[in-house]
Design a protein around this ligand. Structure first.
Ligand code: ADP
Ligand code: MG
Length: 679
């Protein structure tokens, strides 16, 4: 749009769409604001109308629902209040009956639908109560009870919605426009139109529009939106960046690897939403209870009627007996806890995992890539045989490792590259998971890996070679053996440093009372023990082949109870799936790990394991508080009602207050670990 005339054209085009109520278009800002009835018009129809008029839409449409005043949920409530006051002042039964009908019809409607499905719930109790009091001529009471129930429901929805929205806001971090470099030009396009492989230019102060890898430039990026980590991360060529994170200091050119709905942020938002819908086992038990509790309450109410002959009293029993607070205790706490965790970059895939994480007895860590950084480097090379120079031996090892995905393999290849050695492709390559690799090159076999690999291929070590091995391994360095043509040529010693937070994370778990912390690794016992000691881990299970890891988890479960497995997904996905709680390390975590895991850490921050455990326990505590409170309150109210101590209205008010208390208590989880140090 270039002028006011254009704005008028766009406005006219939008107005022509059926269902559009109001339109305002500004040529200066290029914005069109359009109010429409979603049942008649759609965003697509509006977009099409604008395009037909000869204009484009750059930013994707952003819809906000604004209900017309006559459809807001508060309106019927206000009308009911007015009717009750008028009916009471004028002593008019018709007004009160209208008020009751208006307030109670949604409750009665849900109750009928529930009964039609041959089920029974709290609405059935309330509906029975309201109808019963109306049928004995207690219209004021019936209207008031229905009103209080509606009011309470509105307040509950309002509070829970707020917790839900606190995750919805994750998506608000998503930028709408990307600046894409195509040829020599830079174009601004809606993020949806960015394709994998496109180069995006991100200036300082802008949000990164896509997941991708930095091509060039240097900057620090605040990744709090995705990882929950507020300290800025340094990014330069080769580093991974996430859509929705904030580029702070320098300009970056990012090659897109995942766009729009595939992006990490979008996936997090979708996962969190799905997680909140999944029920925890406590919830299912509760639903089963409700099924026999409701008939019990009806019986109690009938007994009250039989003994006292007081209909109002019997109805009061029905109202206060509703197990609403009891039913709300678990789901509200879980919604709040999952929302809170997402803010810290911890994705909990369902309420049942919160429950399991709260009951953990054992935490098992994978070593390579989990406790260690998974970026090993070659620190020492020793050659044994006279036929090859040390450089020749490294070149041979690199040929064998060229196709390997394993971090150790990559370390060897990088070392060869750094020495500018020629590394041709091997003729044949085979990965022996958990042991090493074998390859065929120039008609000879090359083996790189553990002693067991060499021995299986009938390559023997002599005594001095064995001693050399033991010495290195005692220092916590993995020593790979290289064999060529059936003979040992030498060793390559690689070191993978423990992650900075590893020792603290272990200490923190111990402080939370998790006694058994285990390191599980395919590496040999000497290296494993050395790393474990540095991190304060006493239990080490070494030389565990990848396919045996799941079996180890299973035996720990049998012996000690609930087990969490923390891994990076490289050959430990089955173990993640076997554990009661599988925790996958995020960014470096493979997709297999994400699928097998129950909790995903977006950042590689091990301290979040303890956070998740602490939060889960706190959640269980809050759920228990809610259940106990609701139960005691119900029992107290029921017996008061049976003794005629509370009035019908008093009972309705008390009932709603108890629900709100439970909800507000659960919402405390949204602030978990924010102010005080984590317990
Ligand atoms: P972890 O259980 O610690 O993640 P793995 O099961 O991946 O370790 O590997 C176990 C051991 O097997 C390593 O310590 C190493 O000695 C050997 N190994 C595995 N893959 C390779 C490889 N590509 N090259 C050389 N050695 C390897
Ligand atoms: Mg591993």
């Amino acid at each position: 749009m270039t002028c006011a005339g254009c704005a008028a054209n766009v406005e006219k085009a939008l107005r022509s769409v059926a269902g559009v109520a109001e339109v305002s278009v500004s040529a200066a800002t290029g914005k069109a604001i359009c109010q429409f009835d979603p049942q008649q018009a759609t965003v697509n129809a509006l977009t099409a109308a604008v395009r037909k008029a000869g204009y484009g839409i750059e930013k994707p449409a952003n819809t906000v629902s604004v209900l017309p005043w006559w459809r807001t949920p508060w309106l019927p409530v206000a009308a009911v209040v007015a009717l009750i006051i008028a009916g009471w002042a004028l002593h008019s039964d018709p007004l009160l009956i209208t008020a009751t009908a208006l307030a109670a019809y949604p409750i009665v409607w849900t109750a009928l639908k529930t009964l039609a499905r041959r089920q029974i719930n709290a609405d059935v109790l309330v509906a029975t109560g309201v109808i019963a009091s109306a049928s004995i001529g207690q219209f004021l009471a019936a209207a008031e009870v229905a009103l209080i129930m509606r009011l309470g429901e509105l307040l509950e929805n309002f509070t829970i919605e707020r917790a839900r929205r606190s995750i919805g806001s994750l998506m608000e971090h998503m930028p709408l426009i990307a600046r894409v470099r195509r040829g020599s030009r830079e174009e601004e396009v809606p993020v949806e139109q960015v394709e994998v492989g496109d180069l995006c230019v991100v200036r300082p102060g802008e949000k990164i529009p896509v997941d991708g890898v930095v091509e060039s430039g240097q900057s620090s990026v605040n990744q709090a939106a995705v990882t929950g980590e507020s300290a800025p991360a340094d990014k330069s060529a080769g580093n991974e960046v996430f859509s929705g994170t904030l580029n702070i200091s320098g300009a970056l050119i990012v090659r897109a690897t995942r766009v729009a709905a595939e992006s990490t942020l979008a996936r997090i938002a979708a996962l969190v939403e799905a997680a909140q819908q999944r029920e925890a086992p406590i919830q299912r038990t509760l639903d089963r209870w409700a099924r026999w509790m409701v008939p019990l309450m009806i019986t109690l109410s009938l007994l009250t009627l039989a003994f006292t002959g007081d209909v109002t009293r019997a109805i009061t029993v029905l109202i206060v007996a509703c197990p609403c607070a009891l039913v709300l205790a678990t789901p509200t706490a879980i919604v709040a806890a999952i929302a809170r965790a997402a803010r810290e970059g911890v994705l909990i895939k369902g309420g049942q995992y919160l429950e399991a994480a709260g009951r953990l007895k054992v935490v098992v860590f994978d070593k390579t890539g989990t406790l260690t950084r998974g970026e090993p480097s070659v620190i020492d090379v020793k050659q044994f045989c006279p036929e090859h120079s040390s450089a020749e031996m490294i070149a041979l090892a690199a040929v064998a490792e060229k196709m390997s995905q394993h971090p150790f393999g990559r370390a060897v290849v990088e070392h060869a590259d750094a020495m500018q050695l020629a590394v041709p492709d091997p003729a044949l390559f085979e990965a022996h998971h958990g042991e090493g690799v074998s390859a065929r090159h120039n008609g000879q076999r090359i083996l790189v890996g553990k002693r067991s690999l060499l021995e299986r291929h009938a390559v023997a070590l002599d005594a001095s070679q064995g001693e050399h091995l033991a010495e290195h391994e005692g220092h916590g360095h993995t020593t790979l053996m290289v064999a060529h043509d059936g003979k040992v040529c030498g060793t390559i010693c690689v070191s993978d440093e423990p992650r900075a937070q590893a020792a603290d994370a272990v200490a923190e778990l111990r402080r939370l009372g998790i006694e058994k912390i285990v390191m599980l690794t395919g590496d040999n016992p000497r290296v494993a023990r050395s790393v474990a000691t540095r991190l304060g881990i006493a239990d080490v299970e070494a030389n565990v082949m990848p396919e045996r890891k799941a079996a180890h988890i299973e035996s720990l479960r049998q012996a000690h109870g609930a087990v969490a497995m923390v891994g990076d997904g490289i050959n430990d996905a089955p173990a993640l799936a076997t554990a009661d709680v599988g925790v996958a390390m995020g960014v470096s975590g493979t997709d297999a790990a994400h699928d097998a895991a129950d909790i995903a850490l977006i950042a590689d921050d091990l301290s979040k394991v303890a956070f998740a455990v602490g939060l889960s326990r706190h959640t269980l505590r809050i759920i228990r508080q809610g259940l106990v409170f609701a139960l005691l309150f119900n029992v107290a109210m029921i017996s008061s009602a049976m003794h005629g101590v509370v009035s019908l209205i008093g009972g309705a008010v008390a009932h709603q207050i108890s629900s709100l208390v439970v909800i507000l208590n659960a919402m405390r989880l949204l602030g978990y670990g924010k102010t005080r140090p984590r317990p």
